[in-house]
Design a protein around this ligand. Structure first.
Ligand code: SF4
Length: 97
């Protein structure tokens, strides 16, 4: 996978420890940086695609990424069954912090 997006990241050169908080409650500093990052979507998709289990990626903690994955699975299942109209924002699993 192309990781060229890392060159544009808002966290480039920052202390990586910021993005590996001990608890979700300590993730606010990382999330605020991610909030202004121009490659946030690519970062989130990378983390989801590679099953990153630690840290804040794309503005989402591991718990939040799991929530996004579960939501996407539910929406895919609904779309496959033809019983729902899926909005673009929902299908993308927007983080929305
Ligand atoms: S979204 Fe956050 S963790 Fe990902 S590249 Fe941007 S600043 Fe770094």
């Amino acid at each position: 996978m192309d990781r060229g997006w890392l060159n544009e990241s808002a966290c480039r050169g920052l202390d990586p420890a910021i993005f590996y908080p001990l608890t979700d409650e300590d993730a606010e500093e990382a999330k605020s940086i991610c909030g202004v990052c121009p490659v946030r979507d690519a970062c989130l998709e990378h983390a989801i695609g590679h099953r990153e289990h630690n840290g804040v990626w794309g503005g989402a903690t591991e718990r939040e990424r799991q929530r996004i994955i579960r939501r996407r699975r539910r929406l895919r299942a609904l779309a496959a069954s033809g019983s729902a109209t899926v909005g673009a924002g929902e299908a993308a699993g927007a983080v929305g912090h």
